[in-house]
Design a protein around this ligand. Structure first.
Ligand code: GLP
Length: 241
């Protein structure tokens, strides 16, 4: 794992955007694996600015997102579809037909997962997968457990995750309790992985991810086995290393 130390959130966002932008420049028809959460927002802003400056062209880029809440319609401002549209897709020249997220409104979990797995597999390999890190070490919505689930699946969100996400909803009762997420095989099959981490509150889990044992209790620890992982983290997030 390559660890790049950034000074602060803005610097982390810029350094991570450099890596994503390099991918788009090197291979304009690349497949980007994208993530939501508050951490990548600055990175997406950087990409939008580079597009506006005429430096980046997304017209041939295809994207596949990690996860989506089950039961939230696209118009809900907390759905990951809405997030991606708001932070990136509507601001660059990407073809909406080339963007993919799990269908959160498909009530049949098996169908939703099978369909999304097929989409991911049909893309011929993700060139770079962006990941944020949950406080409990989750990636996508792969929550701590007794095993690594390989493929797209429906998860019951843990109490910690529901608590962490409640700040975005009017009340905790409105936080969805389930989500569809890529599995660990889907993530590990990406050619490159880029993890963005910011803040003191992520320092203990980041230490586990980088130096701890590889265990499904800390799902992101499996990234130690991937041949091309870059972690861009700020000083606060690296303060326990
Ligand atoms: C959510 C997402 C993850 C994300 C995590 C961390 O639960 N499903 O993909 O990495 O939150 O979010 P944040 O960046 O806001 O800390």
């Amino acid at each position: 794992m390559r660890v790049i130390k950034a000074k602060d959130y803005a610097d982390m966002s810029k350094k991570a955007a450099d890596i994503m932008a390099a991918q788009v420049l090197m291979k304009p028809e690349c497949v980007l694996g994208l993530a939501t959460g508050s951490t990548p927002i600055g990175l997406y802003q950087n990409l939008v600015e580079r597009y506006q400056a005429g430096e980046l062209d997304f017209s041939a880029v295809r994207t596949v997102n990690l996860d989506e809440y089950k039961g939230l319609p696209k118009e809900n401002d907390q759905s990951y579809y809405y997030f991606m549209n708001d932070n990136l897709f509507s601001k660059v020249n990407i073809d909406p037909k080339n963007t993919n997220l799990p269908d959160g409104m498909e009530p049949d979990s098996n169908k939703a997962c099978e369909d999304y797995n097929k989409i991911i597999d049909s893309m011929g390999g993700v060139d770079i997968q962006l990941l944020g890190l949950g406080h409990n070490g989750h990636i996508g919505f792969n929550e701590p457990g007794d095993s690594f689930v390989p493929d797209v699946h429906c998860v019951d969100l843990t109490q910690t995750t529901i608590e962490a996400n409640k700040r975005f909803f009017a009340s905790i009762d409105e936080v969805p309790k389930q989500a569809y997420t890529m599995g660990i095989r889907n993530i590990m099959f990406a050619k490159k992985i880029l993890v963005v981490v910011s803040g003191k509150d992520k320092a203990p889990i980041l230490k586990e991810v980088i130096n701890g044992p590889i265990t499904p209790k800390v799902q992101a620890s499996v990234l130690q086995l991937h041949p091309d992982v870059t972690i861009v983290a700020d000083e606060d997030a690296l303060s326990m290393m």
